[in-house]
Design a protein around this ligand. Structure first.
Ligand SMILES: Nc1ncnc2c1ncn2[C@@H]1O[C@H](COP(=O)(O)OP(=O)(O)OP(=O)(O)O)[C@@H](O)[C@H]1O
Ligand SMILES: [Mg+2]
Length: 228
């Protein structure tokens, strides 16, 4: 049996602001298997970011079950969730989120250092950048890069330690079409060549077409699903 990387059952997440309940995820059932290249789509406010944050352990559910890489997520402590993120998950956000005072290579090295990599992390970071065709940018600072380049570096950083699952929240939202295409091809290549599992959200129909599975959210539930 191939156990899924992610399994959610009757998942709920509500936010409370001014004592009002804002239900963001409302009884969602979801499974993601190893090797998928899946996308979450749906209108603004449908719960895409909330779901990615729950799966990534950045936030905790208010109800239901959530297993991520064999961990019962609601049972983990904050430290255990941080450990899971660091060891086994890769994140790519909409706004690049590179460390501005570090060069491109240092941004990649930094994550490897947090993960406890030894002296070889310099070479490892350089190798990751080379594999992704980013070696020429290694010594630049984020502000010296285009948006597309920054986002490719963000992907390099996310995959540097071979995470089992990469989560990406609208990774192409700040990119023009040409750069969005390059980014999707990069992610797709990592999937095809290394079997890395990706779950990303998007509003862009052209970006959706790269996914092997398209999951539609509405009002915090999955309302449609199709394979590509
Ligand atoms: N921190 C928060 N506090 C209160 N409400 C929140 C919070 N985060 C999200 N929400 C609410 O939860 C619902 C789902 O939001 P979410 O950000 O997950 O949607 P989304 O599908 O990612 O939207 P978008 O496409 O605009 O990014 C919305 O009603 C939103 O207002
Ligand atoms: Mg969002």
């Amino acid at each position: 049996m191939n156990t899924p990387l992610v399994a959610a059952k009757n998942l709920h997440k509500s936010f409370y602001t001014d004592h009002l309940e804002v239900p963001a995820i409302r009884g969602l059932d979801f499974e993601l298997s190893a090797g998928e290249f899946a996308t979450l789509v749906g209108p603004s406010g449908s719960g895409k970011t909330t779901l990615l944050n729950l799966i990534g352990g950045l936030d905790v559910p208010t109800g239901g079950e959530l297993q991520v890489l064999g961990n019962n997520l609601p049972r983990l402590t904050r430290e255990q969730r941080a450990e899971l993120r660091l060891r086994s998950l890769g994140f790519v956000f909409q706004a690049y989120n590179l460390v501005p005072v570090l060069t491109v290579r240092e941004n990649v090295e930094f994550i490897l250092e947090l993960q406890g990599a030894g002296a070889d992390r310099f070479a490892h970071a350089q190798q990751v950048l080379e594999t992704l065709g980013l070696a020429d940018l290694a010594k630049r600072f984020p502000k010296e890069l285009s948006g597309g380049q920054q986002q490719r570096v963000a992907v390099a950083r996310a995959i540097a330690s071979n995470p089992r699952l990469v989560l990406a929240d609208e990774p192409t939202a700040n990119l023009d079409h040409a750069n969005a295409e390059v980014l999707m091809q990069l992610m797709r290549r990592l999937h095809d060549e290394r079997g890395m599992t990706f779950l990303f959200s998007t509003h862009d129909p052209r970006v959706m077409q790269h996914a092997t599975r398209i999951i539609t959210l509405s009002d915090g539930k999955i309302t449609d699903e199709k394979s590509n």
